[in-house]
Design a protein around this ligand. Structure first.
Ligand SMILES: Cc1cc2nc3c(=O)[nH]c(=O)nc-3n(C[C@H](O)[C@H](O)[C@H](O)COP(=O)(O)OP(=O)(O)OC[C@H]3O[C@@H](n4cnc5c(N)ncnc54)[C@H](O)[C@@H]3O)c2cc1C
Length: 428
């Protein structure tokens, strides 16, 4: 092993927060930096993959919060770099709910259930606010969803929208519209364009030796005058400061050891932050058998098990003629599906589709099941701070410890969970 390289700053993680942090440093004259990422690419949870002849986004796929009083910086970048997007048309989603026999619930019944679910969520939110952030158990039994329709609506509201029930900053300040990324170059094209400003690139590739991929950080030693970062393959990097941008799930796991240990308040904040697992499964068909057109982009399946292949998107708006459907699972269902063989997932998804569209639809010819929970460099999809911002928790999660700084979507006080939150946290 040669003597360790020394730089001013080491950035751990080349997701959007790590890249935006490094860019701001470079713009401010800090050019001797090193960016280490465990995987073989930049982007982290922004990740495209070729599937069924097009580029699908396994991670972030929507630019959320557009058209409000404040501008969404990711929307600005997308516009500047000509990223192809299309409007995500959720308008009719609550009326496209099928029961297990394929019948669409009548509009008035769906609307009524939806209204009740929103009212109940608002009541719960207000009660939590009154008791200062804790859940006082006010989600009474009578409020709890129990029928397949109620469970489906509860899933849409809580695992998807939330905007209608609680004043999330993203929707309140940035706007209520969402746009799907519909660009063959992928959402991560924005990261390459950002990197071009401060790293050496050629023909769409980053060739700068300051970006080091396949470097799994296992230990961060820190003392009064500097830091030392040690990777799984024994490389040692020294610097004046380190910025850690790995996900909250990675921080909760034992992959990165801090020596000396992080202080108790920091460890407590890290452990308190909840992680959401969110999985988009893609299915490719020989031909399209689902309805298309305005108000048909999303459809919902109501089952007695909450979150069981509930939320579907047809990708005709994004990639016309691609014959691809995507279904979203979350948390327990995501983990269950990650643990089983893809053929079992395909069989389950086909049973659900045959419930909705009848027995004669064709089998899917390909399936793609991302595994965010079992990816040791992610350990989940995004942070889920308690809805009522616990100011102390957010403060502690992002607070530096000596020469160690923390960034990433989970450190954003206003926009945690989102790409724009990660980007702004990195800049900050
Ligand atoms: C399925 C899914 C759907 C989503 N949908 C949306 C959406 O539609 N819109 C939206 O705004 N947001 C969405 N998000 C959230 C969004 O993707 C994230 O908030 C954002 O990309 C996080 O960026 P980050 O830089 O904080 O973290 P990351 O992108 O996770 O970057 C951290 C980097 O650290 C690296 N790393 C981890 N461990 C180590 C280690 N030990 N050593 C070295 N490197 C390490 C990782 O490889 C990774 O590249 C979604 C996320 C997922 C997973």
């Amino acid at each position: 092993m040669g003597s360790p390289s020394h730089s001013s700053v080491i950035v751990v993680g080349a997701g959007i927060s790590g890249i935006s942090a490094a860019k701001v440093l470079a713009e401010n004259g800090v050019k001797d930096l090193v960016i280490l990422d465990a995987s073989d690419r930049i982007g982290g949870r922004i990740r495209k993959e070729k599937f069924g002849g097009v580029s699908v986004e396994l991670g972030a796929g929507w630019i959320v919060g557009v058209g409000g009083k404040e501008s969404n910086p990711i929307w600005e970048l997308a516009t500047e770099f000509g990223l192809r997007t299309c409007f995500a048309d959720y308008t009719n989603v609550r009326y496209n709910i099928s029961d297990r026999s394929g019948k669409i619930f009548p509009r008035e019944i769906a609307a009524d259930s939806y209204k009740k679910a929103v009212e109940s969520a608002i009541r719960k939110f207000r009660n939590q606010e009154d008791v200062g952030g804790g859940d006082n158990g006010s989600n009474s039994k009578t409020d709890s969803p129990s029928t397949p329709l109620e469970l489906a609506i509860d899933f849409i509201l809580h695992d998807f929208e939330m905007a209608e029930a609680v004043p999330l900053c993203t929707f309140r300040d940035l706007g209520e519209s969402e746009f799907s990324v519909a660009d063959e170059r992928g959402f991560d094209y924005l990261l390459y364009k950002m990197a071009e400003d401060f790293l050496f690139t050629s023909e769409g590739k980053i060739l700068d030796s300051r970006l080091k991929l396949n470097q799994v950080v296992r230990e961060i030693l820190h003392w009064e005058r500097g830091v030392r970062v040690i990777t799984e393959d024994g490389c040692v990097y020294e610097a004046d400061y380190v910025i850690v941008s790995v996900s909250i799930g990675v921080l909760q796991s034992d992959i990165v050891a801090f020596t000396p240990l992080l202080p108790g308040w920091k460890l407590e904040a890290i452990q308190k932050c909840e992680i959401m697992v969110y999985t988009k499964i893609f299915l490719k068909f020989p031909y399209q058998f689902w309805p298309t057109g305005p108000g048909k982009e999303f459809f919902v399946y109501a089952h007695e098990r909450r979150g069981y292949y509930t939320f579907w998107q047809q990708m005709e708006n994004i990639y016309p003629g691609s014959n691809i459907l995507s279904v979203t699972l979350t948390n327990g269902e995501s983990k269950r599906v990650e643990a089983q063989a893809d053929e079992d997932t395909l069989r389950e998804a086909m049973e659900v589709l045959r419930d909705m569209f009848g027995p004669n639809i064709p089998d899917a010819i390909h399936i793609l099941v991302p595994r965010w929970w079992n990816n040791r460099f992610q350990r989940g999809s995004y942070s889920n701070h308690p809805i009522i911002s616990n100011t102390q928790l957010v403060h502690d999660i992002k607070a530096p410890v000596g020469r160690i700084f923390f960034t990433g979507e989970h450190t954003s006080d206003r926009f945690s969970g989102y790409v724009h939150g990660a980007y702004l946290a990195g800049e900050h």
